[in-house]
Ligand binder design. Structure first.
Ligand SMILES: [Zn+2]
Length: 176
C-alpha cells in the first residue's frame, strides 16, 4: 500500500498492512511547526512504520530536521537540529491513553484516521525548544552578562533595524 505523507488513512488499515512510509515534508507544510518558525525553508525527513504491538496500534517514527528558530539571547536566527526516534501509540480516546505502556508516546487520533504529516508535525513540535538559545560557551553566551530577572537592552537602537525593510522598499519603488 502506498501512502503520501499528506493523506489521512484509517489507523486499522495502516497497522494491519504494516505500512511503511519514507517521507520528506517541507516544514512549511507542517501546520503547527510552521506557525512557530520565522523561516519556512527546509524539510523534515525520515521514516514511519505502522504495526500492532501488544494490542496497541503503534507508529515507529524517525525524523530529522533543521528548523530555524530565533536565539532568545542574541535574537539572531539559528538552526535547531531535530533528531527524533520515537514509538508512538495511536489511541482514539483518553481511556485508551491510560492503558498505553510506559516508554511509548501517546498520539490522540481523530476519527480513527491519521496522516504521516500529523505525526511528524507533533514530533517536531515536541522537539522545538521553549526558549531557544545558542549553546553555552558560544559567542552569543559570552557577549553579555545577564542578571537574572533583568531584561537586557538591545545593543543597537531598535529603530535602525526596524527602518531597514522600509528603506529597501523605497529603493524598489523608485526602480519601477
Ligand atoms: Zn544567540
Amino acid at each position: 500500500m502506498s501512502l503520501g505523507w499528506s493523506r489521512r488513512a484509517p489507523v486499522d488499515t495502516l497497522v494491519g498492512t504494516e505500512t511503511a512510509v519514507d517521507f520528506s515534508i517541507p516544514l512549511a507544510e507542517l501546520p503547527r511547526v510552521s506557525h512557530e518558525l520565522t523561516a519556512h525553508d527546509g524539510e523534515a525527513q525520515g521514516r514511519v512504520r505502522f504495526s500492532r504491538q501488544l494490542g496497541h496500534a503503534v507508529a515507529d517514527l524517525e525524523v530529522t530536521a533543521q528548523p530555524e528558530v530565533i536565539c532568545q539571547r542574541c535574537m539572531q536566527p539559528m538552526r535547531w537540529p531535530v533528531k527524533v526516534k520515537s514509538r508512538i501509540a495511536l489511541v482514539s480516546d483518553y481511556n485508551a491513553a491510560d492503558r498505553v505502556p510506559e516508554g511509548l508516546e501517546v498520539f490522540l487520533v481523530e476519527a480513527d484516521s491519521v496522516s504521516v504529516r500529523d505525526l511528524v508535525d507533533e514530533e517536531v513540535m515536541l522537539a522545538l525548544p521553549n526558549v531557544p538559545r545558542h549553546e553555552e560557551g558560544s559567542e552569543c553566551a559570552g557577549r553579555r552578562m545577564q542578571l537574572p530577572g533583568h531584561d537586557v537592552e538591545p545593543d543597537e537602537p531598535a529603530d535602525t533595524q526596524v527602518q531597514k525593510p522600509f528603506a529597501q522598499l523605497g529603493e524598489l519603488l523608485k526602480r519601477k
